[in-house]
Design a protein around this ligand. Structure first.
Ligand code: GLN
Length: 455
């Protein structure tokens, strides 16, 4: 079939499926079809096409797309259209990918369930009463529901891996600095990365080839030699050493998740890996450190939404300056407001040393303990999420409970190392369970090889 027909069918599927799943905030049918037609033309005239030609891809709605809304699932950016493409968007487009639309998230990527979206929650495609994980829930759900072939999400504390695990797809949080953040709306810049979400490890490797690498627009990107992540993907893990993180398989873990982890370890052992327990005791403080640092950076980043630089239309009539700004800012949702207050508090003169500084020390401790661990092992393993997907609404009123579900994911963000979630099994109740593998910084190639062996 032609690319146009394929894309038309994909758009039809989105229309039908999304009534139930609500993964998309914006579907860009017209541009998608036009791009498809242009590719068909290229093929007909034997012109060279990009390597993603015709691939329908969705993009998390906090990654800029020129001419197409980027809302961050917030009232504050309800009608914001970025005048430029994020580097990752531009790289996909230049390889002839078809951007079918922008997908849902927790407002400004703050959350773990995609329930905190101004546009309403996304549902888990495996059971629509359950959360899809978050904050890149739209990415996970759109791939799992076959509304696109792949998606880009962002991962500040687990936002690519949580939905990957809950929706049974693959999600990678790359090493800090591997992928450009230019055009990713900042939440907590020092820990976040764009990450690919796809059905298979092969597809994730394929996308990583395209979106990774140095970018003059983002000075935090590393200028490393080019790596082909798709090459030698099937090398296996025979002879490799894997550390099972003790702190991530103990108390509070769901029994189905625990037994899936045991089976994953056995599978890796059967494939010739040696698995040993590894203790990282700083992990016990990681959630506290993460929410301190992430909120601090968020409170600073979100100060630009004052309805002067960014915001939505409402009349200034009858307001003096401060009242106007506070009125506008009162339109942030509850979770974003909580983070901004928390962040301003931990950065305030009287509490900076007590909270923010301590959190940074925990971060250094985590990194040091990981450096030690990687002297002994090639990889680390844990369940991605300690619990199974839960019902929509079940935890929304208990922020602390929600924060604690990030216990296994935030370590990779605080330390900068790469981590991947691979679908492993289903619970007795029919809900997906993902397993997480970590490797040392810039060892994505090895990480993908291990993930491929596990998948
Ligand atoms: N759940 C975490 C948070 O709410 C992670 C979010 C993310 O990675 N963007 O901050």
């Amino acid at each position: 079939i032609s690319v146009e027909e394929f894309v038309a069918q994909t758009l039809e599927r989105i229309k039908k499926t999304d009534e139930k799943i609500h993964a998309f905030i914006t579907v860009d049918s017209q541009n998608a079809l036009e791009k498809a037609k242009a590719i068909d033309k290229k093929i007909k005239s034997k012109e060279k096409t990009g390597i993603c030609f015709g691939m329908p891809i969705s993009i998390k709605d906090n990654i800029c797309t020129a001419g197409l809304k980027t809302t961050c699932a917030s009232k504050m950016l309800e009608n914001f259209v970025a005048p430029y493409d994020a580097t990752v968007t531009a790289r996909l487009k230049s390889e002839d990918a078809i951007i079918v639309g922008k997908v849902n998230l927790d407002e400004f990527a703050m959350g773990s369930t995609t329930e905190f979206s101004y546009f309403g929650a996304t549902k888990n495609p495996w059971n629509a009463e359950y959360v899809p994980g978050g904050s890149s829930g739209g990415s996970g759900a759109s791939v799992a529901a076959l509304e696109c072939l792949a998606s880009l999400g962002s991962d500040t504390g687990g936002s690519v891996r949580s939905p990957a695990s809950f929706c049974s797809v693959v999600g990678l949080k790359p090493t800090y600095g591997l992928i450009s953040r230019y055009g990713l709306v900042s939440y907590a810049n020092s820990i976040e990365q764009v990450g690919p979400v796809a059905k298979t490890v092969e597809d994730v490797a394929f996308l990583l080839n395209i979106i990774s690498g140095h970018d003059t627009h983002d000075n935090t990107t590393a200028n490393n030699a080019h790596v082909d992540y798709t090459k030698d993907l099937k090398s296996g893990i025979s002879g490799k050493k894997i550390g099972i993180i003790s702190q991530m398989i103990g108390d509070g873990i769901d029994k189905d998740v625990a037994s899936a982890t045991t089976s994953a370890v056995s599978k890796l052992q059967d494939l010739g890996a040696e698995c040993i327990p590894i203790s990282l005791d700083a992990v016990e403080h990681s959630v506290a450190a993460y929410y301190t640092i992430a909120s601090a950076e968020a409170s600073s980043n979100l100060s630009r939404y004052d309805n002067l630089r960014y915001g939505f239309d409402f009349s200034t009539e009858g307001y003096e300056f401060k009242a106007f700004v506070s009125k506008a800012r009162s339109h942030f949702g509850p979770e974003v407001t909580r983070r901004m207050l928390l962040g301003a508090f931990v950065l305030s003169a009287g509490y900076y040393g007590k909270y923010y500084l301590k959190a940074q020390k925990v971060r250094t401790m985590i990194k040091a303990q990981l450096d030690e661990a990687f002297k002994k092992v090639d990889y680390l393993i844990s369940p991605t999420m300690p619990i199974l997907p839960f019902k929509i609404g079940e935890k929304i009123d208990d922020p602390l409970k929600l924060y604690l579900t990030d216990i296994n994911t935030v370590t990779a963000n605080l330390s900068g190392i790469p981590a991947i979630s691979v679908p492993f099994s289903m619970s007795s109740s029919g809900l997906p369970i993902g397993i997480q593998l970590f490797a040392n910084s810039f060892k994505e190639k090895e990480l993908l090889q291990a993930a491929h062996a596990l998948q």
